[in-house]
Design a protein around this ligand. Structure first.
Ligand code: AMP
Ligand code: MG
Length: 490
């Protein structure tokens, strides 16, 4: 096919034994058309700036079959809400191949919503426009924030009806990531006792993503250490930026520690540590403040699956580092969000007092951090006014400003308020993807108007910049927006 040479598609995964996947032909949707095309991301792969038509569009929409690059449904398993499920695999997504970016890094091209596969179980193999827009916008919002994530190249809608609680439009997301390997891939080979495949998978993860592990005396231990480290880093970002994933099953955990599989996620509005974004999560297993604990639980499940390759004491020793790593990454992020560069013992108390105050006063987390990044110590009223208990807010601000006084720059000179605030605005977003903003964009898109989706996507590429024409997107959510219930049905 002509476009194959122009986009230099490859597929290392397809060279693995057949126990890793099933070849599946996509089932095209009717009258597909672009909802969004991520031109800046596309440019990194030498892809066209405009949403492509012709062969490339047909290929990306799953409408062109290639013998050279068959599409694959990956086989995996996983723990869902704590229960092992051996039946999982790509139930509605297919791996179309890989593309190299300008740095020579390979990204999987994965088409989500491409139809039935042997792993579809009770599902229909489809994705609806609503959930596709949510994943597109959020993965790009996370990338804009600098949080490790899978990416979105584009999305299409169609005239194919898909039934959820009501009739909806079938849609497609073109998701890209350096890896679609999940913790659940390892669990599958472990629980089916396919130990040669388990080892091969670990060897490929090392070869493709972390070849430096081969320099270690124990490459598999080094590999597991990388997974633990990247996961700790990702969770630190989630906790520091107020992101709740909602479905932290082991099949939704990327081996690379990237935010993966966006479903009923939510960013905190009011600072509410027990926030449950997934309406179907009755026990609050995946509540915001549970994420660090669950990440460790998931890593322990992965450790168990790796036990044929790694001695138990080594697995335990690596797992034991998780909390310290997470704590280290989190403090580093919080210090930079508060404009503090020196590391002081008492900082964690300052953070803790801040979180308690935000919680007690139900203060909007993103708004607070941004206003703190504009703080004028002579007139702190804007920040104080965010709290019901203003005296408590003033008392904390006094502590905070006293702490800021301890800061010095590289030449041992005091750091000015202006310099501190400038650095803070580079890490405390003005704009985040609040659920109500996504919802408004979805409602328009369902009527055939994609302008709001694209405006939001553009805005969220630069969440730290003042964008004067877009000020209204920084508004606090309306009451209905705070109470939105999002379930797994996508
Ligand atoms: P998720 O909760 O989206 O991570 O999905 C869990 C598993 O169910 C994955 O293996 C998906 O591929 C599969 N799945 C989710 N929705 C569907 C669907 N509509 N049709 C087929 N499989 C699905
Ligand atoms: Mg999933």
């Amino acid at each position: 096919m002509s476009f194959h040479s122009s986009i230099s598609l490859s597929s290392r995964f397809s060279e693995l034994p057949h126990s890793f996947f099933t070849k599946v032909t996509p089932q095209p949707l009717n009258n597909t058309r672009w909802v969004a095309w991520n031109n800046t991301f596309a440019a990194q792969f030498g892809l066209p700036e405009q949403a492509p038509q012709g062969d490339l569009k047909l290929f990306l929409a799953g409408e062109m079959i290639s013998d050279e690059f068959p599409s694959l449904a990956m086989k995996y398993a996983g723990h869902q809400f704590g229960v092992y499920n051996p039946e999982l695999g790509d139930g509605r997504g297919l791996l179309l191949g890989e593309l190299a970016n300008h740095d020579g890094r390979f990204f999987d091209v994965h088409l989500k919503g491409a139809g039935l596969t042997p792993y579809s179980r009770m599902g229909d193999g489809r994705a609806v426009l609503r959930s596709t827009i949510r994943e597109y916008l959020c993965s790009e919002a996370m990338a804009g924030l600098g949080i490790p994530t899978t990416r979105a190249l584009g999305m299409l809608t169609s005239d194919t009806p898909v039934y959820r609680e009501k009739m909806e439009q079938g849609a497609l997301l073109i998701r890209m990531s350096e890896s679609h390997i999940r913790f659940g891939h390892f669990e599958h080979f472990f629980y089916t006792n396919q130990l040669a495949e388990l080892k091969l998978l670990a060897d490929k993860v090392i070869e493709w993503y972390w070849p430096e592990c081969l320099e270690s005396d124990k490459p598999y231990v080094a590999m597991f250490e990388s997974v633990v480290d990247k996961t700790a880093n990702m969770i630190a970002y989630w906790q520091a930026y107020g992101f709740a994933h909602g479905v932290m099953n082991t099949d939704n955990m990327s081996i690379l520690g990237q935010t993966f599989d966006y479903g009923p996620f939510g960013f905190l509005d009011d600072y509410e540590p027990g926030y449950i974004c997934n309406h179907s999560d009755y026990q609050g297993r995946y509540a915001f403040d549970q994420q660090p604990r669950i990440a460790l639980w998931n890593l322990s499940a992965l450790a168990h699956a790796l036990s044929p390759l790694i001695e138990k004491p080594d697995l335990e020793a690596v797992l034991a580092k998780f909390e310290t790593k997470l704590g280290g990454y989190f403090s580093q992020l919080m210090r930079s969000k508060l404009g503090l560069h020196c590391k002081l013992e008492q900082d964690s108390q300052l953070f803790q007092a801040m979180f308690e105050l935000l919680h007690q006063n139900r203060v909007d987390y993103t708004r607070f951090m941004r206003e703190l990044s504009n703080l004028d110590h002579r007139d702190p009223q804007v920040v104080v006014d965010l709290f019901i208990d203003r005296d408590a807010a003033k008392a904390w601000l006094d502590l905070y400003l006293a702490r800021c006084e301890c800061e010095t720059d590289d030449d041992a000179k005091p750091v000015s308020e202006e310099a501190r605030c400038t650095s803070m605005r580079a890490v405390n977003p003005k704009y985040i993807l609040r659920n109500y903003l996504a919802q408004l964009a979805i409602e328009k898109a369902e009527q055939g108007d994609f302008s709001e989706v694209n405006a939001l996507a553009e805005l969220l590429k630069k969440p730290y910049d003042e964008q004067p024409d877009m000020e209204h997107y920084a508004s606090l959510p309306p009451e209905w927006g705070k109470k939105m219930e999002i379930s797994c049905s996508s």
